[in-house]
Design a binder for this molecule. Structure first.
Ligand SMILES: *Cc1c(COP(=O)(O)O)cnc(C)c1O
Length: 400
């Protein structure tokens, strides 16, 4: 075991460059297009729009900025209510607070780990009863898995509330053949360093409403009115992507399918190697969808498996392998203390269960076969040792 400690660190989801990014950067330097905006930005926006089949896209400095712009465009303001998936990264909901609005968190369901249509329906019904519908619904697609978009969109349409699809983790995923991120009024992608493709940091807001995307472009570049001098009538932001980073994004986009294939095959290898371990349940894949399997995630039923998530994380960490808990639900975060939350069912809190039992394994598309073997061996050994220790405890042999 000691030699494992000296082995190089395996990260959860490190950047994976194609080797051709430098070309675009060099070109940008040579033509002095170092500023935000420029030909790479325009091209990157067109290429993303074409790839996912939407009318328009605007490249921004982060996925978080894209969500913030979407909320601004929908007129979300102080005192408004916004529904949001509870099982997600804090970035999905922070922009609600930027606007001074109140998040209401919606639980997950078991088939996708994403927003529960049942919980959403109850949230809508109560809102109608109280005469206070939300201004928007933020639906998050976790770990590459699409939410049940048909059911969720139908409910939102029924109540006339627009959807922002947080597809930060699901670029390259399809739902019934249609790209993830294209179902709501707005979709957002992230190109943070850990995402399936990266610009080191960046994001994209997409929509079929070209007017809205134009308005987003305006807001993202300080909301400068058309005038010969600097004139401003509304609050703007400095959210545009730089031309240098857009060059990196264009190259990365060319290898998206390849990255999806690599992550899916990593999932398959883990699944094949670990599926017979009692109490290990891999994240399912919804029927008629194809997940990009951004991260391989599973739940561990400790009573059956004989090992806890914390134990496994500790052993992986000792072996210099980065693994993580599943997102802590936002309704449990101190930041959102007091926010309302709708569970999947009475006494059925799915996101909380997933948080307690869930684990994310290293899933970078550049993970080597040797590294995968190291991770799988560590997991198997931890389970075997833990079961052995437990049976010693039960039989009292540990006292010998
Ligand atoms: C990464 C991520 C974001 C935010 O994207 P940034 O580009 O890091 O701002 C938002 N939502 C989810 C679900 C994410 O995983």
């Amino acid at each position: 075991m000691v030699d494992l400690l000296t082995k190089s660190k395996i990260y959860l989801s490190p950047p994976h460059l194609s080797g051709r990014e430098q070309q675009y950067i060099t070109e940008a330097f040579e033509t002095n297009w170092i500023a935000p905006l420029g030909p790479n930005v325009d091209a990157f926006e067109k290429e993303i729009a074409l790839k996912v089949g939407v009318k328009d896209a605007v490249a921004v400095s982060s996925g978080t900025a894209a969500i913030h712009l979407a909320l601004s465009l929908l007129g979300v303001t102080r005192g408004d209510k916004v529904f949001c998936s509870t099982l997600t990264f804090v970035a999905s909901a922070n922009p609600i607070l930027y606007q001074g609005a109140d998040p209401v968190f919606i639980d997950s369901e078991r088939e996708t780990w994403n927003m529960s249509p049942k919980a959403l329906k109850r949230a809508f019904q109560e809102s109608v009863h109280e005469g206070n519908l939300p201004k928007a619904v933020i639906v998050v697609n976790l770990y590459g898995q699409s939410s049940k978009m048909d059911e969720l969109i139908a409910l939102c349409n029924q109540y006339g509330v627009p959807v922002i699809e947080d597809a930060a983790e699901s670029l390259g995923t399809t739902y019934k053949g249609k790209p993830s991120g294209t179902f709501g009024k707005f979709g957002i992608y992230s190109f943070n360093g850990n995402k399936i493709i990266t610009t080191s940091g960046g994001g994209m807001l997409v929509s079929n409403d070209m007017e809205a995307i134009n308005q987003a472009r305006f807001l993202a570049s300080q909301a400068r009115d058309p005038a010969p001098h600097y004139q401003h009538s509304v609050i703007g932001f400095n959210y545009r992507m730089s031309n240098l980073l857009a060059g990196v994004g264009r190259t990365q986009l060319q290898v998206l399918e390849n990255r999806v294939a690599a992550r899916r095959s990593i999932f398959d290898i883990y699944h094949y190697a670990l599926k017979e371990l009692a109490g290990f349940h891999f994240m399912p894949e919804l029927q008629d969808t194809k997940s990009n399997r951004w991260l391989t995630t599973l739940t561990i039923d400790e009573n059956v498996a004989g090992v806890t998530v914390s134990q496994l994380l500790e052993e992986l960490n000792k072996a210099n392998i980065e693994a993580r808990h599943v997102w802590k639900p936002l309704h449990l975060q101190p930041l959102f203390k007091g926010a309302r939350y709708y569970a999947h069912g009475k006494n059925d809190h799915v996101a909380e269960m997933l948080f307690h039992k869930g684990i994310c394994l290293p899933s970078g598309s550049n993970l080597s076969g040797g590294e995968l073997k190291r991770i799988i061996t560590c997991i198997r050994e931890t389970v075997t040792n833990s079961i052995r220790n437990r049976s010693y405890l039960i039989s009292g042999k540990h006292e010998v």
